[in-house]
Design a protein around this ligand. Structure first.
Ligand code: CO
Length: 218
């Protein structure tokens, strides 16, 4: 067994476990029933599809607690219809947990989006980020009108979240839920690492009428 200890910043293997003990103690102090209630089951009203970036934790930035948000995260919050992991999360959260909101949340300064904007080969991840190049291509005309590179980067982050939300609505899972009268809203948001503020991109979809005809299923 390898005994090498890998440490970064002030976080070590041991501080994580100690942190857990401290958190349990604090949590029970403020709510003695907390773990009894949570262990009985979950019914979160929200599915969060966000970036894996360590600076964008769904619960903290929305001031919510364990049990409030069902979470799926991947590099650059990509939503593609061939991703079985994402489809399983979407299906379970909508059909079993009956979430009322699906939120695709991107973030400015996203390294995945930035990599997709460049031409440098990174590795396996290039194949994943190809999906963002497709977003760029879909909006090539708009992107070409933005001269400032930082603004282009910010806009691609927004468009990637908007396309992600559209891809959520394009799934048979969401369209079937709407056809069955299930209350469900799909949103696109973007988070600022610099201010901590979330911006609603105002593309909320609550029924199948807004789905592009090519993607409508019945
Ligand atoms: Co990111």
């Amino acid at each position: 067994m390898c005994a090498k200890t890998i440490e970064t910043k002030d976080i070590t293997y041991d501080t994580l476990l100690q942190g857990n003990k401290d958190w349990v103690k604090d949590t029970i102090n403020s709510d003695p029933e907390f773990f009894d209630k949570l262990s009985a089951g979950q019914s979160p009203p929200v599915l969060w599809i966000g970036c894996s970036d360590s600076r964008v934790p769904a619960n903290q930035i929305t001031n919510t607690k364990p049990g409030d948000i069902f979470v799926h995260r991947n590099i650059a919050n990509v939503v593609v219809h061939t991703d079985m992991n994402l489809l399983s999360v979407l299906d379970y959260s909508i059909n079993v947990l009956k979430v009322k909101h699906v939120i695709v949340c991107g973030h400015y300064g996203c390294g995945g989006v930035k990599a997709a904007l460049g031409n440098k080969q990174v590795g396996i991840i290039d194949n994943w980020l190809r999906n963002i190049r497709d977003v760029y291509r879909t909006h090539e005309r708009e992107m070409a009108t933005i001269e400032d590179p930082d603004q282009r980067f910010d806009r691609l982050v927004e468009l990637n979240a908007i396309e992600g939300a559209a891809n959520v609505t394009n799934t048979s899972i969401v369209q079937s839920a709407w056809a069955n009268g299930q209350e469900l809203a799909v949103h696109a948001w973007v988070y600022s690492l610099k201010t901590g503020i979330i911006k609603d991109l105002n593309v909320t979809c609550t029924c199948g009428d807004d789905v592009a005809p090519a993607f409508q299923v019945g």
